[in-house]
Each structure stands twice: as C-alpha cells, then as structure tokens.
Design a protein around this ligand. Structure first.
Ligand code: HEC
Length: 224
C-alpha cells in the first residue's frame, strides 16, 4: 500500500498531461481566432497578422449567418442531413475533394468560428456541402431535389423530403400561388414549400466558401 501515492501521482500526471495536450494547447492555438478581412497577411517572421493593403471595402470573414438561413440550420440538424453530408473540404493531397468540385479551397478552423454548432459531419454518403450554395444557384433546384432527389439526380439514394411541401388545389380563379414550384403534379394542383423548406433552402444557399482568409486563398482567376 506504500506505493499508493506514487500510483495516484502517476495517474494525475497522465490525465493532466493529456488535458494540457488536447484541451489547453488546442484552445491556445485556435481559441482566439477572429474574423479577418483578406487584406491581412501572415508575417513570416513573427507569425502575427499585418495589413497587406489599405482597408478599403473591408468585410471580415466569415460573416455571421442570420435570419431565415440560420433557422434553416436548425432544420438541417433536426432532419439529420448531417448523417450523410459533411461540411469540410480537405486540402489537396488528402482525398479528391477538389477533383469532385466540392470547393475551390480547403476549409480552415477560422471558417467555423461564428457557428455555435459546427456540422463538419462524419460520413460522406452524399457530397460535401461546404460550398453547395456556390455550386447550385437556384432555389428551385434545391426544392426540386429535396422534394424528389431521384427526379433531379437519377439513381440518388437520398431520401425524399416531400413532407416539407404542400400539395394544394389551385382554387382562386385558377391562379397559382407566387411560391408554387415548377414541378410536375396532378392537373389543378400545385406544390408549395412550407416555411421549413424555405428556411432549409436559404441555409443551403448560404453555404459558400467564396471568400479569402489570410491563411487560405481562392485560386486566382485566370487573366485573359
Ligand atoms: C441517406 C443519406 C442522405 C441523407 C439523410 C441526406 N442526403 Fe443529401 N444526398 C445524398 C446523396 C447520396 C446525394 C448525391 C445524389 C443526389 O444528388 O441526390 C445527396 C445530394 C444532396 C445535395 C446535392 C449536392 C450537390 O453537390 O449537388 C444536397 C443539396 C443535399 N443532398 C442536401 C441534403 C439535405 C438538406 C438533407 C437533409 C434534409 C440531406 N441531403 C439528407 C444522401 C443523403
């Protein structure tokens, strides 16, 4: 029993060191990240940020997600989309994310700092959605796909989310609702998105990796 204090100290040191390595060190490296404009550059010598260009039209990225798109994020979580989709573009050489067209640049920790719940995901049954708002620009495409993925993407294994839509009879003088989707349905009926569907699509459209950060830049557009 004499060795009990030694065992205790050994256990304590093991736990303390792993806590320091994983939690404290991680917090020290990433906990202080701030939104940054692209006019910052990393100073190679001091590793601190310095201004590269004048602060004209400066936007600090990533911007906060607000309004309907933020409500849509709750739908995305509630409907379990995260079980099949990631939101994390790996860097070149770590998989074929660029070749698949999932993003023009990799994601970095700073991309996630404004998010209370980060949905990097764990399984890629479907494509990565970090940049899907850039890839697909029409709301109608997203609605048509959610309503019936197989109709838009033949052979898709994504489940349909038709319960987010209402099939309504066109009553008032045969006039369609302004929100009715361009989807084939029975004669005299129309398909209208519910608020849940509208919020979810606003969220999907807001998923964009279209800005530069000091540590990662989009590839330069070829100059003609
Ligand atoms: C069972 C797995 C699964 C679930 C759950 C799922 N998806 Fe998908 N998703 C896929 C697959 C597979 C594809 C690729 C085929 C296709 O385009 O339908 C896809 C494609 C997509 C695309 C098109 C991406 C692109 O690059 O064109 C979007 C947008 C999308 N899903 C959104 C969602 C949303 C939003 C939810 C939750 C409401 C969801 N998915 C739930 C499997 C899934």
């Amino acid at each position: 029993m004499k060795s009990l204090p030694i065992i205790f100290c050994g256990l304590f040191a093991t736990l303390a060191l792993s806590w320091a390595g994983i939690i404290w060190r991680g917090q020290e490296q990433l906990g202080g990240l701030q939104p940054m404009s692209e006019y910052y550059a990393i100073d190679a010598v001091s590793e601190s940020f310095r201004f590269e260009k004048p602060q004209k039209d400066e936007t600090r990225n990533p911007e906060a997600r607000v309004g309907l798109a933020q409500q849509g994020k709750a739908q995305y979580i509630g409907l379990g989309c995260v079980s099949c989709h990631t939101q994390q573009v790996r860097r070149k050489g770590f998989g074929a994310d660029y070749e698949r067209g999932w993003g023009a640049r990799q994601t970095v920790p700073r991309d996630y700092i404004r998010q209370e719940r980060v949905l990097t995901g764990f399984s890629r049954t479907g494509p990565d959605l970090s940049n899907v708002g850039e890839r697909r620009d029409s709301a109608n495409w997203f609605h048509a796909h959610l309503y019936n993925p197989q109709a838009v993407s033949p052979g898709s294994t994504m489940p349909p989310y038709a319960f987010l839509y209402e099939k309504r009879e066109i009553t008032q003088n045969g006039e369609r609702s302004a929100k009715a989707l361009e989807l084939p349905t029975d004669e005299g009926y129309e398909i209208v998105p519910t608020l849940r569907a509208e919020a979810l699509v606003a969220y999907l459209q807001s998923l964009k990796l279209d800005y530069n950060l000091p540590e990662v830049r989009l590839p330069e557009e070829p100059q003609n």
